[in-house]
Design a protein around this ligand. Structure first.
Ligand SMILES: [Zn+2]
Length: 120
């Protein structure tokens, strides 16, 4: 009876995966790049290529901001929301929509222009 119960216990343990988890823990984790797909993978590849801001989310420094030389903002879309900190010490941001082909002037006088960019 004891031999039969130990055999049943052994078979049950093998089927329930108790030994499987021990075997898997000794393996190394796979490279995250191999598991990533779609947009996440393209973002990882852009970071590996040296582009740490593939979505252009960092703050752009304004240029002269005149109508002839507006601050250029890249976008892979037809329009993009842009915020202008009109004065250096300002605590608020003036938000506006920029559309492709339509340079826009902020209330403070600076001009912005959307430039087409290839999506990642
Ligand atoms: Zn402004």
């Amino acid at each position: 009876m004891a031999a039969l119960s130990s055999r049943i216990l052994s078979v049950t343990a093998r089927r329930s995966g108790l030994f499987t988890s021990i075997r898997c823990s000794s393996k190394m984790m796979a490279d995250p790049l191999e598991h990533a797909t779609g947009l996440e993978k393209r973002e990882m590849l852009a970071n590996m290529a040296g582009n740490d801001d593939p979505y252009d989310m960092k703050v752009f420094k304004r240029g002269p901001g005149t109508k002839d030389c507006p601050t250029v903002v890249p976008s892979a879309f037809e329009a993009r929301i842009v915020g202008c900190i009109c004065e250096e010490d300002s605590a608020s941001v003036a938000w506006m929509w920029l559309k492709q082909g339509e340079p826009k002037r902020c209330g403070c006088g600076y001009w912005f222009k959307l430039e087409p960019k290839k999506p990642i």
